[in-house]
Design a protein around this ligand. Sequence first.
Ligand code: SR1
Ligand code: MG
Length: 409
Amino acid sequence: MDKFNKYFLLKENEVLQYVQSRLNFFDNTDNIISKEIGDGNLNYVFRVYDKNTGKSIIVKQAGEELRISKDMKISPDRGKIEAKILKLQYDLAPGFVPKVYYYDEIMKIIIMEDMIGHEMMRPYLMNFNIYENFGKDMSYFLANTLLKTSDLALGHKEKKALVKEFINPELCEISEDLVYTEPYLDNKNRNNVFYINKDFVENELYNDKNLHLEVAKLKYDFMSNAQALIHGDLHTGSIFINDEHIFVFDPEFAFYGPIGYDIGNIIANLLFSWCYANATLDNRQEKFIKFENWVFRSIEDIIDGFILHYNEMYSQICKDKMAMVEGFKQYYLDNILSDTAGVCGLEAIRRIVGMANVIDIKSIVDDELRGLQERRIIKFAKDCIINRNSYKTGKDYIDTFKRILEIVN
Ligand code: SR1
Ligand code: MG
């Protein structure tokens, strides 16, 4: 009897037996090591590798309660969505996502390619490493995975079938709460507000009714704009990187949502790495200047690169004659760009004051400096949300960010 025929959480010492029972991946199992390497909020991730040959594989299992909070229960079936979107993105943007070898509906396990020679992008950036072409690669990934799953490129029935297949209410609810509600209302009393900024957050976020209205509009866009198959959680912990390549992974929050959600997420997270560098490096030194230039250039490359791909791809991918009506191409792009700025602001704010914070900010040990970076981000983020229609190029983000740096203290 196969002991894996009933769901339970794997232990490190059971992972090899599991892999061999499903794939027979290792010819010789004498020198295999299994190690839990996950540091996310939701899942268990194991690397299984052969000490002698270096051959390795990743085993990712979804638990029934979240690692970040045992009170939060969630169906482990989310792995199914993740396995499906990874397979789809593997075709749309070859080389940018790990290959899925196997999905187990009972054990809720994905077995996938190990991203050997890559490391998670958040710590990579906290060591001030730089991959020159990051922004260019990211804009390629975004344009190909998002535009090619939208109504622009797909037959409308085919697209609606995908909307149905990727319906993901439980994970969407997490984002609706953590991104679009709690940072502004603290209605579940689980925000983490840094003590130095309590009054600031009260005034700038909890008491700003105009801001609440704009966030409400964006929330209803997130819930109802089934525009493209989005990753849904594209922060720097969802990217593996080295000095010449990226892998995007962990798309369990995927569903049909606004294209700008993915673009805005990555922009906000790049700015967290700037905050960490700014707070921990001598700002006059070459090391900081080089890193800052890279962050700003990457943001420009992502936004401007996406626009470039959009303009190049539009007539090639569009199937619908109405999409060719004069003015529609620009209208559709403007809508994406406005959502992008809005979501950049939302992600920035929720990682500062919400329940799921980021290590780039939390690990700034000087309290005054951390407080300052948080206030800068919040002010910048509010501008992104409120004035989202005016963010049309990468430079618009950098100009506003630099202006905020001058006025917030
Ligand atoms: C309860 S899960 C908290 C956060 O972690 C995930 O990576 C998502 O960003 C989610 O909002
Ligand atoms: Mg994740």
